[in-house]
Ligand binder design. Structure first.
Ligand code: BDP
Length: 725
C-alpha cells in the first residue's frame, strides 16, 4: 500500500468516525443528511425570504442551514421566484405573492403560521407565512420538522397557532450558577462573563426553544436568598445582553423577584405591599428594568413558601402582594407569575394548602397576574391527581407549572419520558363546568374565558454538553415545548417526532424506543410509588427510597406522613373521614374519589387508607397488588435495558453508551426501590410475599443504613448531610 493510499484510508476512517460521533449538543436540530433527500430536493430548490428584520434573518438562516444539512447540498437564496420548488417565507406585508394568496392567516394569530403548497404562474411553491416574523420563524421550524420526520412536504395545507399565550422555561438557576434540582451541571447563564462576553451557546438555546414555539424564559431561581441582586442595575445589563440574543427568536426574558428586594437592595425597612414607599420602589424598579429591557416579560414570584418572604409576613394576602407588583409592571405590559406552591398558616393536609390559600382571593387578582400552580397539589411526584386549583379559580388567570427536571423521577439517570405524565394531567377532567372541563381547557383559558394564559416548565438544562445530562431527558424539554404550543397533542406522537429527529427514522429503532418511552413513566411509578403513593423519597435529595423516614422537624414533609402505613394498612384518608381534600374538587370528582371502589387504582392510596387485605378489582389483596407493582417495575427496567442493548447498531457510540450506562444504574436503583419498600412494608404488615415474587435480598436495617449517598459536592445536588436519618 502506498503512503498516499494509507493516508486517504486514514482520513476516510477519521471522517466516518467523526460523522458518527454525536454528543447530543445538536438536540433535535441535527439536520443530518436525509436518506430520502432525493424526494425532497425538487420541493426545496431555493429559498426566497424578503423579510429584513432580525427575526426574518434568523428564520432565513435556520431554513438555509436546515435544508442544506438535510438535503446534503448548499441551499440557494434567491431574490425572486424564478424556479419551481422555491420556498417562499414571509408575511403578507413583505411579499405581494403571499398577500395575494388569500391564506387563512386570520387563524394564525401573532405567533402562528400557515404552510401551504401553491402554484403561482405555473410554478410549484411552498409558502411559509405568518402575520409576524415570529410566526414565520415558528413556521420555518415546523416545516423543517416535516422533513426531519420524513413527513410529506408536498400538498401542504397547515394552519397552526399556539393555544396558550405564555409558554416558558423556568430556570431554577442561582446567580452563583448552581442549579436547584439541576442534574446537568451548572447554569449556562454565566453572569460573571456577561454582558462583556455573550456565549454563542445562548443562540443555540434560543433556537432550541423557538423551534418548539416557547416564548419566555425565567432566568433566575425563585428560591434562595441571593437573587434579589439580579434586580440591581449592573445585573439588569447582564440580563439585557441575554434578552438581545433571545429577542429575534421571539423569546422574552423574565426574572424571579424576591419579595423582600426593597429591603435587600432598596434600603427600605419593610417590604409591606401596602406601604407607599414599597409600592413606589417596585414602580421605580419596573421603570428602570423597562428602560434597559423594553420587552421584559415580568416577574416570577415564590412568596411565603419554604422560608421565602412574602406578603403574609405583614399580615397581607397573596393578592395584595401580587397586585402590588402587577401595578408596577402594568404600564409596561409586564406580568406577574405568582406561584401557588405555598403553605398555609393553619395546620392542614399539605395537599389542601394551595387551594385553601388562593380560593378566598379568586377574582381579586389584577388582569396581569397569573397564579401559577404545579400540576399536582403536592410536588411534582411521579403521579398525583391534578391540583384542584385548576378549575377551582374561575375568576383568576391560572397557569400550569410542570417540572421538566426530574427531581422525583431519578434525576438524569432514570429514563422517564414525561410526555405521558403531562398528557394525563392536561386531559384530566375537572368537571368545573360539567363534562368537557379538562385541565387543558382551564390552562388554555377557554373554559373560563381568560385571555392571559400560561404554561411553564422547570428547566432541566445545564452546562452538560448534551444540555440535559442524558439524551432521553432532551425528550422532556422537547415534549414540554410541544405541549405548551398545543396541550392537545398526543404524547406518543411527540415521542415519535423526537426519536426521529434525534436518532433515526428507521422503524426497527423508532418503534421499540417509542414504546419504551411511552411505558417508562408508569414503570418508574411501579418501582417507586405504585397505587397512588407519593413522596417516599429520602427527604433531602429526593432520589432513593426511604419510606420509613419520619422527620419530626417537618411533620408534613416526609415519607411516613405520605404513606401512613402501619400494621393495619396503608394510604392517606383524604375523604370526609380524613382530611377531606376531596372536597376541593368539583362535586362529581369529590364523590368519585370518596369511594375506594370508584377511585382509579392508580390513585387509590392517595385518597384512601385501606387495610392490607383490601380487595382490588382483580381480586388480589392490596398487599399482593402493591408487591406486584414494585416487582413489575423492576422487570420493566430490565426489559428496557435489554431492549436498548439490542439497538446498538442504530446509535452512535457516545449516545448509546451513556444511555446503557444509565439504564444499568436505573436497574440497580429499581431493585433497591422495590426491595427497600417491600422490606419496610412487610415489617409493618407481617404478610407473606406473593408466590411469584422474590424476597428482598437484605433486611430492612440494610436499606435504612444505606442512606444513598452521592459523590460529595455534585453540582446541583443537595450536598448537605442528609437530615432524615
Ligand atoms: C420543592 C423542591 C424545591 C423547590 C420547590 C419549589 O424540592 O427545591 O424550591 O419545590 O417548587 O419541592 O419552589
Amino acid at each position: 500500500m502506498t503512503r498516499g493510499v494509507l493516508f486517504a484510508g486514514l482520513c476516510a476512517a477519521v471522517l466516518s468516525g467523526m460523522a458518527r460521533a454525536e454528543d447530543g449538543y445538536d438536540l433535535w436540530l441535527r439536520y443530518r443528511p436525509l436518506e430520502t433527500a432525493a424526494r425532497y430536493r425538487p420541493l426545496a430548490t431555493s429559498v426566497v425570504a424578503p423579510g429584513q428584520t432580525p427575526t426574518a434573518a434568523v428564520a432565513r438562516e435556520e431554513l438555509v442551514r436546515g435544508l442544506s444539512g438535510l438535503l446534503g447540498r448548499p441551499e440557494k437564496l434567491e431574490a425572486g421566484l424564478r424556479r419551481s420548488g422555491t420556498i417562499l417565507i414571509g408575511t403578507p406585508a413583505q411579499s405581494a405573492v403571499i398577500a395575494a394568496l388569500d391564506l387563512p392567516l386570520d387563524r394564525a394569530g401573532d405567533e402562528g403560521f400557515v404552510l401551504r403548497s401553491v402554484a403561482v404562474k405555473g410554478r410549484a411553491l411552498t409558502v411559509i407565512a405568518g402575520n409576524t416574523d415570529v410566526g414565520v420563524l415558528h413556521g420555518t421550524f415546523a416545516y423543517l420538522r416535516l422533513l426531519q420526520t420524513r413527513a410529506r412536504a408536498d400538498h401542504l395545507d397547515v394552519v397552526s397557532a399556539p393555544k396558550i399565550k405564555l409558554r416558558m422555561l423556568d430556570h431554577w438557576d442561582n446567580v452563583d450558577r448552581t442549579i436547584e434540582r439541576g442534574y446537568a451541571g451548572f447554569s449556562i447563564f454565566n453572569w460573571w462573563e456577561l454582558p462583556g462576553h455573550v456565549s454563542p451557546q445562548f443562540k443555540d438555546y434560543a433556537r432550541a426553544n423557538a423551534s418548539l414555539g416557547l416564548n419566555g424564559t425565567v432566568l433566575t431561581n425563585p428560591s434562595g436568598t441571593a437573587f434579589a441582586v439580579a434586580l440591581t442595575g449592573p445585573w439588569l445589563k447582564k440580563t439585557a445582553a441575554l434578552a438581545a440574543v433571545m429577542r429575534p427568536y421571539g423569546i422574552k426574558v423574565y426574572l424571579s423577584a424576591r419579595f423582600s428586594a426593597p429591603m435587600e437592595i432598596g434600603g427600605l425597612k419593610t417590604a409591606d405591599p401596602l406601604d407607599p414607599a414599597v409600592r413606589q420602589w417596585w414602580k421605580d424598579k419596573a421603570d428602570e428594568i423597562y428602560r434597559i429591557i423594553p420587552d421584559f416579560g415580568g416577574f416570577l414570584v415564590k412568596a411565603n413558601s419554604e422560608g421565602q418572604p412574602g406578603p403574609q409576613d405583614y399580615g397581607r394576602s397573596h393578592a395584595d402582594g401580587a397586585n402590588m407588583m402587577a401595578d408596577a409592571l402594568a404600564p409596561h405590559g409586564g406580568v406577574v407569575l405568582w406561584r401557588a406552591f405555598v403553605y398555609s398558616a393553619k395546620p392542614e393536609d399539605r395537599v389542601r394548602q394551595a387551594y385553601s390559600e388562593f380560593k378566598p382571593y379568586d377574582g381579586q387578582f389584577r388582569n396581569n397576574v397569573i397564579v401559577q400552580s404545579k400540576n399536582g397539589p403536592l410536588d411534582f411526584q411521579p403521579r398525583e391527581p391534578f391540583s384542584p386549583v385548576f378549575g377551582g379559580l374561575p375568576q383568576t388567570n391560572t397557569g400550569m407549572e410542570f417540572q421538566i427536571t426530574k427531581e422525583y423521577l431519578g434525576f438524569e439517570i432514570h429514563l422517564v419520558y414525561l410526555g405521558t405524565q403531562w398528557q394525563e394531567v392536561l386531559r384530566s377532567e375537572t368537571f368545573a363546568k360539567g363534562p368537557g372541563s379538562s385541565v387543558a381547557r382551564v390552562v388554555d383559558g377557554s373554559l373560563f374565558d381568560r385571555k392571559l394564559t400560561s404554561i411553564a416548565g422547570a428547566s432541566n438544562i445545564g452546562t452538560a454538553r448534551n444540555w440535559c445530562g442524558s439524551i432521553f431527558d432532551q425528550a422532556n424539554w422537547y415534549a414540554f415545548g410541544r405541549l405548551a404550543w398545543d396541550p392537545d397533542l398526543d404524547a406518543k406522537g411527540i415521542a415519535e417526532e423526537w426519536v426521529k429527529m434525534t436518532f433515526t427514522t428507521d422503524p426497527a429503532f423508532t418503534s421499540p424506543v417509542v414504546a419504551m418511552m411511552m411505558s417508562s413513566r408508569e414503570t418508574a411509578v411501579d418501582y417507586m410509588v405504585p397505587l397512588g403513593l407519593a413522596h417516599q423519597m429520602a427527604t433531602s435529595h429526593h432520589y432513593g427510597p426511604a419510606p420509613w423516614v419520619n422527620d419530626a422537624g417537618r411533620p408534613d414533609w416526609n415519607p411516613v406522613y405520605y404513606n401512613r402505613a402501619d400494621a393495619g394498612g396503608i394510604g392517606v384518608d383524604r375523604t370526609a373521614t380524613g382530611s377531606n381534600a376531596v372536597e376541593q374538587y368539583a362535586a362529581p370528582l369529590a364523590k368519585q374519589f370518596s369511594d375506594p371502589a370508584k377511585t382509579p387504582e392508580s390513585l387509590l392510596l392517595w385518597f384512601h387508607h385501606l387495610p392490607w387485605g383490601y380487595r382490588m378489582a382483580n381480586g388480589d389483596t392490596l398487599w399482593d397488588a402493591l408487591v406486584t407493582h414494585y416487582d413489575r417495575g423492576v422487570k420493566e427496567v430490565a426489559a428496557m435495558q435489554a431492549g436498548w442493548a439490542a439497538l446498538k447498531p442504530y446509535v452512535d457510540d457516545e449516545r448509546f453508551t451513556l444511555t446503557s450506562d444509565f439504564l444499568a444504574m436505573q436497574k440497580e436503583n429499581a431493585v433497591l426501590w422495590r426491595d427497600a419498600s417491600i422490606a419496610y412494608y412487610q415489617s409493618l404488615s407481617g404478610l407473606p410475599l406473593p408466590k411469584n415474587v422474590a424476597a428482598p435480598a437484605e433486611p430492612l436495617s440494610y436499606y435504612k443504613a444505606l442512606r444513598l449517598p452521592f459523590a460529595p459536592g455534585s453540582p446541583g445536588r443537595t450536598a448537605a448531610p442528609f437530615r432524615e436519618e
